[in-house]
Design a protein around this ligand. Structure first.
Ligand code: LMR
Length: 394
């Protein structure tokens, strides 16, 4: 049996992580995988998470199973973090999943169960794993225009024109904030226009929100998903706690369905539970429990929100430093988009050859499509990157 297995394509982001590790040069800069790093290059455990872990170690009495959807308190805390009071809680079904990727995968499974002929429309570009999972699951995928390589902003007219061609019942996958890989995002006026199009054409939004708090702030970053969830009859939402709680390896995510009109919340919840049972039975609990503790304890929550804000502002500061360094070196404003983009990533718009040149000459590792992880920089490495970008002829 095993001899019939075929080599699978390596994930580009994970392959890059490996190549960076194997590079013997001392002077090298990792701008690859989306992991936050502080000024000394460490990915710290957030203070509130560490404090919750200590409490948990003292107080936890059992490791018995929770429920198929995870601990209901986790679902409540996360629904409230993501959706606020945009929709009645009774309209939302939620299940804990292993990471945001688990939620994405379960969402695609649900789409396949509910409507096997639905196509999923994704932005061009999108997170490569969206495409990889959709392909693996044999879900028909259509790309809509998204990134304008000239302005490095959103090609909103192109996006709307492409979605105009989608069929009723199709699913449109959007990034709730901090678009990965480009860093270019819709503004609220554009989100409203998109919602009107979705509703007019009977399209179902699926929102992937993995960076809440990394863009313009915890509440600001949730504005789009709240608008969608409260304005569309049905919405799927995949949320991740990996980045904003810094608990990457704990695999903590949540899949939500929102049904505002005639939806059967009980049926939706039962489906989410069923899907968890089929794929991995009970979802992991440790990270979810820490998140619940942090969100429900006012002191821990305030400390977490303050530290998240420090992280957000430090990335914003690096964006501004890089944009102004590039302005100085190039004598032009053409890199101003770096300060406009939000979240962990920016797509530079460099060619694969230029990306390769930066790697070979300066030990700078960014994804082949020229996505760079802003959090991989610090004040000292920004000028090195800026010089490499200019030297590569970007
Ligand atoms: C990324 O895009 O780098 C992150 O979401 C990590 C991953 O799993 O790809």
């Amino acid at each position: 049996m095993f001899e019939s297995l075929k080599e699978q394509p390596a994930d580009k982001i994970l392959a890059l992580m490996q190549a960076y590790k194997e590079d013997p040069r001392e002077q090298k800069i990792d701008l690859g995988v989306g992991v936050y790093k502080d000024a000394s290059g460490n990915t710290p455990i957030m203070r509130a998470i560490k404090a919750a872990e200590k409490q948990l170690w003292d107080k936890e009495q059992t490791k018995a199973y929770t429920g198929l959807a995870g601990d209901p308190a986790y679902g409540d805390a996360m629904v409230s973090l993501v959706l606020g009071d945009a929709v009645p809680r009774a309209n939302v079904a939620a299940a804990a999943t292993p990471g945001g990727t688990g939620a994405v995968r379960q969402a695609f499974d649900l789409i396949k169960m509910a409507n096997p002929s639905a196509k999923v429309h994704v932005s061009d570009p999108t997170w490569p794993n969206h495409l990889s999972i959709l392909k693996h699951m044999q879900v028909e995928t259509v790309m809509y225009r998204y990134f304008d390589n000239d302005t490095r902003g959103v090609d909103f007219d192109g996006m709307m024109a492409d979605l105009e061609k989608a069929d009723a019942g199709d699913v449109v996958l959007v990034h709730g904030c901090c678009h990965n890989p480009t860093g270019a995002n819709l503004n609220m006026v554009q989100w409203k226009e998109l919602v009107a199009l979705l509703n007019r054409k009977g399209l179902i939004p699926m929102v992937d929100i993995a960076y809440q708090g990394f863009g313009d702030g915890l509440e600001e970053d949730a504005q789009a998903v709240r608008l969608i969830a409260s304005s569309c009859p049905e919405t799927l939402i995949a949320a991740s706690c990996s980045k904003n709680f810094g608990i990457y390896r704990e695999r903590t995510g949540l899949l939500m369905t929102v049904a505002n009109e005639g939806g059967n919340q009980k049926l939706n919840q039962g489906t989410l539970n069923y899907l968890n049972r089929q794929n991995y039975s009970f979802p992991p609990d440790h990270g979810a429990r820490l998140v619940t503790m942090v969100l429900s304890d006012p002191a821990l929550r305030a400390d977490w929100a303050a530290e998240l804000e420090e992280v957000r502002l430090s990335m914003l500061g690096l964006r501004e430093q890089l944009a102004s360094e590039l302005q100085r070196l190039s004598g032009s404003d053409r890199f101003g988009f770096i300060a406009q983009h939000r979240g962990m990533f920016s797509r530079l718009g460099a060619s694969p050859e230029q990306v390769e040149k930066m790697r070979a000459d300066s030990g700078i590792y960014m994804v082949g499509d020229s996505r760079l992880n802003i959090a991989g920089l610090n004040k000292t490495t920004v000028p090195i990157l800026a010089k490499a970008i200019i030297d590569a002829g970007v």
